[in-house]
Design a protein around this ligand. Sequence first.
Ligand code: GN1
Ligand code: MG
Length: 362
Amino acid sequence: MEKLNDIVSRFATTGEISEIKPLGNGLINDTYRVNTAATDTPDYVLQRINHNIFTDVEGLQANIAAVTRHLRHKLEAEGADDIDRRVLTFLPLRDSDKTYFFDGESYWRMMVFIPDAYTFEEVNPHYARHAGAAFGRFQAQLVDIPDTLVESIPDFHNMEFRLKQLNDAVEANAAGRLDEVRPIVDDLLRRAEKMTAAERLYREGKLPKRVCHCDTKVNNMMFDAEGRVLCVIDLDTVMPSFIFSDYGDFLRTGACTSAEDEPDLSKVNFNMDIFKAFTEGYLSEARAFLTPLEIEMLPYAAALFPYMQAVRFLTDYINGDTYYKIAYPEHNLVRTRAQVKMLESVEAHTPAMVEFINSQLA
Ligand code: GN1
Ligand code: MG
């Protein structure tokens, strides 16, 4: 705590710090809530940036600054109220404009804590409709961002690249786990051609990349007490990508009837009611800028993300768990199995998804 207090003291906070405690359950960064003693000073969030993963911290923070600045301008132009709860505010250091601090070992950043806001691991259709509209609006608001964003993790949602990483892991078999997972590897590789369609269409000039959030799992969104979306959080991965990233990754978690690491596969299914509500909300905001091909490929996006996540979890398992935080030795394998089950359930619902999307466009 000594150390955390010292780090916090580098940032331009107001008010006396009363408490620092762990917050949330992200798989990558370490997050803390920093409370201040007085009621009229804000509380804060402190984060240690995982710079093994985000190697370009300068570029990462520049992305986030550009995005939050642009969103703030949009909200101001609309005459929105409560702007400080609807877009994240990062703190500069006391002695410079930088929004991160390097302690010689780790990179840290601080933002203002948004009061009276809630995150969820699960949503009902009402929340899902709001979430769809919020991510659609998020993308729509960023369509005209003047800044060029960097890929804070290069090739982050590039399916060809993720498959290459899987093939490399299989080749190296660093943790000696390959025999155990060979059937899952084969099952995933069988779908490789189909799942890399977006990259091919991009090369052919048929699909655009737009600024996306790229980590739209359900717990990266803050709701108010009425279930309205206040704000999208966890902006590390905001970067140019296919719109499928945001649409598909939300459904992967939000429309899953279980947690992403549920060991009992009979509990892992695709929830069509959440899909419908989310899609309706998303299209209400995004339809104006989406191309017909992007819309047609939304069911592909719903399958792509459990697939990509299965490939990523399995790669990490084969590599000996070097990327994701794990709670027990088989964790990445359990996660992989749950994602494969989710993928199968999405595949089974594809005709129904197509029918629903067409009905929305009619
Ligand atoms: C990671 O940081 P967190 O837990 O929100 C990951 C996502 C994965 C997710 C799986 C930078 O997100 O891409 O979908 O875990 N983020 C990064 O739960 O790899
Ligand atoms: Mg998160």
